[in-house]
Structures are given as C-alpha cells and as structure tokens.
Design a protein around this ligand. Sequence first.
Ligand code: ZN
Ligand code: ZN
Length: 547
Amino acid sequence: MSEKTLRLVPLGGLGEVGKNMMAIEYGDNILVVDTGIMFPENDMLGIDYIIPDFGYLKDKKNKVRGILITHGHEDHTGAIHHVLEEIPAPIYATALTRGLIEVKLQRGGLLKDARLNTVQAGDTVRLGPFKVEFFHVCHSIPDGVGLAIDSPAGLIVHSGDFKFDHTPVDGWPTDFGKLAELGQRGVLALLADSTNAERPGWTPSEAVIDPAFDDVFRAAPGRILIGTFASLISRIQQAARAAERHDRVLSLVGTSMVDNVRIARQLGYLELPEGRLVPLDEALKMKPEKVVLMCTGTQGEPSSILGRLATATNRQFDLLPSDTVVLSSHPIPGNEEMVHRTINRLLQQGAEVIYDALAPVHVSGHASQEEMKLLMQLIRPQHFVPIHGELRHLKQHAALARSIGIPAERTAIVENGTVLEFRDGRMQVGERIPGGYVFVDGRGVGDIGPAVMRERESLARDGFVLVNLRLNSKTGALVGEPEIHTRGFVFTPDADALFRSARQKVRELASGKENGLPERVERELGKLFYAETKRRPMVLVVTSNGA
Ligand SMILES: [Zn+2]
Ligand SMILES: [Zn+2]
C-alpha cells in the first residue's frame, strides 16, 4: 500500500442497520469511527447482541490514533468495551456521548484504564496525520456530531446519524454554516447516513410530537406508559415537558432508562425539575391519572418492560385496563412482527395503545431524501459513499446522489469488509477483508458460529428426540428396548405409533453386524421422522452399558 493512499475500511453498518464501525487509514495511522452493536433478529436465537468483526485491526492496534464516537446510541457505542479490550486507543466524544460510554466501560471494568477525551462541536483535534473537526448534527439524541477528517490525501466528511430539524427539542439545529464551509474547502468524499433513503420529502421536526402527546395526555383516563429507547434522550425530554404541562409526575422503569437519565441530567442535557421525577415505587402508589411511566421495550423484546407487561410477567406492576400505552418509536427492520404481537397483547389486556400509525407520537431521527440531497448540495463532494443502511438504502442513497449530478463512477456502494482506496484524488475499490457478524451470547464473544445457530434454529423449529441404546459392553449388541424421549417434536400420546416404528427401526439396525450403530440410528430415524411427520427434529443418540 502506498504511503499516499487513504483507505476507508467499513467494518459495520454498511449493508445492515446497526453495529456501525469504520476505520480510516493513512500510512501507519488509523482512526476508528464508532463502535456499535446490532440487536439480533428473530431467528438469531439466544444471541444477546452482535458486534462488528474488527479482526482487521487486531495486528494494527498500535497504529490506531483514536476512536471517534459520533453520538450515544447503542448502534454507535455498544461495542466500545469489546473494542477497547483489544485496541486501547484514546476515545474522543462529546460530553453526553462520553457520559453514556462511561456507564458501559464501568460495567465492563474498563473505565479506569480508558483514555477518554471530551470534545465539543467546533473543536479540532490532531491525531497523527489527521486533523479532525467535530460539527453539530441534529438527531434523536443531543450532542451528536459529524466529522470532517482532513488528511494529506484529502478531506473526508462523515455525517454521523443526522437530520435537518429546524425546531429540535434541544434547540440546537444542524450546523449548516459549517457544512457549507466544508463544501467551499473541497471534499474528497462524503460518507452519509442512508437509513431513510427510501423516504421522500423531509423528516418532520421533533416538534410535531408535542401536540400529539398533548392529545394523548388529555384523553388518558389513567396512567400513561410511554415506551421508547433508553437512549432517545430527546423523547424523554418531550415526555417530561408534557408531564409538566398536564400536571403528572414522571417515573422511569428499567435500569438503562434510569442510568441514561441520570447521566443526561447531570450533564445538563435533560431538564427535569426536582419533584417532577419520582421513584417508581412512589409513582405506583399515586393516583393513576397523575402518573407517566417511561418504559423500555419498543421493539417487542420479550425481556423488556413492555414485553413483560404484554405477557403479564412484569414483577413490580401489572398493566391496568385504564392504562394508555404510547409506543414512541418505530420498529427496526426485522422487528415488525414482534412489535405487532406486543401491541395485540397489550390490547388484549384492555389497555389503550397508541403508536405511530395512529398518531404522530414518533418521528425519525434520520434525514429523508430532501435532507440527504441538501447535505450533498452543501458539501458538493467529489466522491460519495452511502453508509448506515441495508443494501437497498445504500442503493437508493446513491441514486439520489446521481439525481443531483454526482456520477455513478464517483459513488461507491459497498458493504462491510470492502475497502475503498483514495489516491491522487481518485477512488477505487480495494481488497476484501472480513466484515461479518461476531455474536455475543452470555459471556461468550465470537464462540457461537453458524453451526450452533443452525442447531438452535432446528431445535426451535422441530424440537429434539433423544434415543438411549443400552448395549452389551462385550458384544455391542442391543439390550432390551431402546428408550425414546422427546421435547418440542410431537405430542407424546399421539406419537405412540410413530415411536413404535422408530423402536422397530432401531432393532432392525441393531441386528446388522456393521459398526457405528449410534450414527446409523441417528441418520435413519431422522429419515423416518421426516417421512412420517415432515419435520426434522434433532435426533440425539446416547449409549449406556446394558451388561
Ligand atoms: Zn443514532
Ligand atoms: Zn445509528
């Protein structure tokens, strides 16, 4: 690789929604932008979350000059302790983002060794050959930034997650002046958030939520439960202000909600007057019509507060028929089914449920098409790289770039692991490096592979059958009847005939002289069960000593 080549190495967030991470490399110097996680989809059974495969950086850890975090959402910060364990580079983040990262590092036991630096929008930091300027962008969490990264090969602009909201909750709009100024200076490449590339027009301002909340608050006969992400600080602020206007108290349910609100209040990013916020046990004793409960669990996660309320398995309190539940969020792609199921279950329990299809109780934190085009017009980049989105979002974002005159050959639609190289002002697609999933499962990181996932899928779908063969220790002959146990496959009383033929099959197999009886039983019973039931249960054969 030439000294003069600038390389963009996408490690996460390109070709998917979540686990955003990008390395920017020049000579022996690397910057890392964001270290996010992704939540598992329905079919990723038992997986807690997914982190980027950053194996590419492991033998280059001494070259990493800094880890830059654009904002405090999980899909940008959640893997920070995994990354820091391998790559102990200094971290640069704004005050709120830093506060939220500190909570994670504290839990991971890494806080005391971490080198954290607070930056503000407008600051410039020199890291090796890079000069990084942080500029303010609006999003659904305060204190988000985009990055202008100058290098000897040219200026790269990274949008972070952004929208152009003229009336944001915190009163701090995106820094248009700075974007125009960067455009004046000449930008080699723009990397921009593609999440809403399919959405025409403009994303509504967060301000539209206030009247929608007022309607809900006026009509609610009892408690109001607002479900949102614990990191959607702006929404928590709006709920707090609505509570104030309608003379209700606000209470937080769930540790992540409590932790995030504590940090945001401490740092002055959330106005919540004393007395307005009350502990949950106190709120539960108050008149229902005086209470707002902020809950997590807008994606239908069964272990979240709303998930547990929906299934009547929450410990501290149950849903009341007079409750009004507001889902102030939108399903992440892939979660729609679980969200709808949760809504139906909440309705079954008699609660009123209000969600974004019924009233504007949620707006996106991401730019729509017109805002995307405006960003490109302000930056006027020589090259364009859509980031943060599934392939369909990246494609659509590139089409928007073409519509405003950025030619296709200067646009790169690449997914994780495809390196882009810039040299002498020209872009080309470079090598492929690993850019897949690393599953985090309980305490294990990366030790769950596709084989285990396939087994879990098969167990979840078709259950298992356990066959115990008692074998004579000397002759290896089958002793007595094979025992068959099953879970999740067929209802046992109905299966008598099936298991009779299974036992018959085992006896036939055992009468042969060949070795490898357990393997043959496993294979042949698998076939038998499929032929009879059209299901493929996992067949486990164990042998014991039958004397
Ligand atoms: Zn975000
Ligand atoms: Zn994001």
